[in-house]
Design a protein around this ligand. Sequence first.
Ligand SMILES: Nc1nc2c(ncn2[C@@H]2O[C@H](COP(=O)(O)OP(=O)(O)OP(=O)(O)O)[C@@H](O)[C@H]2O)c(=O)[nH]1
Ligand SMILES: [K+]
Ligand SMILES: [Mg+2]
Length: 436
Amino acid sequence: MSAAGDTIYALSSGALPSGVAVVRVSGKDAFSCCRAITGEVPAPRKARLMRLVDAAGSPIDTALVLVFAGPASFTGEDCIEFQLHGGRAVVRALLDRLAGLGLRHAEAGEFTRRAFENGKIDLVEAEGLSDMIGAETEMQRRLALEQAGGGLSELYDGWARELTHARAMIEAELDFSDEDDIPGSVSATIWGTVEEVGHQIESHIAGSRAGEIIRDGYRVVIAGPPNAGKSSLLNALARRDVAIVTDVAGTTRDILEVYLDLDGYAVRLCDTAGLRESDDVVEAEGMRRARALLEEADLILSLGDIGAGQPAERFEGECLRIGTKADIGNQTGADFDLLISSRTGAGMDRLVEMIKARLEARLAGASLSLPVRDRQVGYLKETLRHIQAALDARDYSPEIPAESLRQAAVALGRITGRVDVEDLLDVIFSSFCVGK
Ligand SMILES: Nc1nc2c(ncn2[C@@H]2O[C@H](COP(=O)(O)OP(=O)(O)OP(=O)(O)O)[C@@H](O)[C@H]2O)c(=O)[nH]1
Ligand SMILES: [K+]
Ligand SMILES: [Mg+2]
């Protein structure tokens, strides 16, 4: 990232042309640049319609101008927002003007990074903002809002405070160990609190798969013998022709994936190669991939063609056994959870309901305060290791458990970025879009 002292600008709204475009400016020269373009700096936080002019004084556009005086702004610096007409040439003219005034175009995530560096938001909230912008389903939006709004950070800060308090008490006992005025029962209470924080972090970590399911999608894998109708089912659920369907057994070789929005939940639905004995190297590789994917599935839709008398295999883990081609098959005999026809649509609504029921059961009881990133989970596990080390050493010299508790709080602090995380910042903020 380039110098933080620069004044930066970027188009913060979406693709052009658009009805309105928002161009954002942040940094110490924001106000002087506003004066150069509009003639004056309007009162902060009051939208004002103003004429924007180029270097020669010719009009660029008439725009709503919004001023935020630092530190009461998103980035914590002086900021200007120009809401102008979203024509390509209009926006180009303003961006050229800003460059001409010596401002620098912002890098991806640079506004948010400044907000972080100026203490306006922490890292978890910044990651939540990134997820808000990426959210496509209702549940993704709610999860991201919980993070961006500070709900998750509050949880981590609360734990860090309790651990730091416990350490302070233990160190106090250490300092006054020659004296008699610190009662011994204090330490029993403290260790009870440390244990409790450990339990809470443990169950929080256990919710990480739920967080991933909401954020990245519930993985549903369609499996079964060749020609069972797997690709036909994928197409029917996706409502478009994603996969090739033919009556040739062994049509699908690669894994095909579609994203579905199932009543607000993101679902990643995968079609796989039919499972059978085969000497064909390509087909064999397809089946290898299919089996590997089945290991990672949250739910397997195991298909069997009822017309061909195929049973649906009982896979390990969450599995729905589905009889296909109900429009032509003899529907008796085999035991299935459900019969469907991709051709007529019979049973499809019921199937969607069943998938959703499994998904909701999987998430049952999960709050929206969930860790969603490996980074967060990694530090939580580290925190837990230090807590455990402190608990294991509680009966020994107080210096050792106190040091473990200090490390536990440091690990928690790295999640929110309150403790040195310099090396991480480029990685986190570069995943943002420009203008955010
Ligand atoms: N009548 C009827 N035919 C179906 C139905 N679903 C699939 N078929 C037919 O069954 C054949 C195989 O369908 P696919 O969807 O390609 O089956 P698959 O399981 O993906 O097959 P592979 O990729 O080769 O493993 C095609 O000729 C489809 O038209 C159905 O609900 N009713
Ligand atoms: K086929
Ligand atoms: Mg197929």
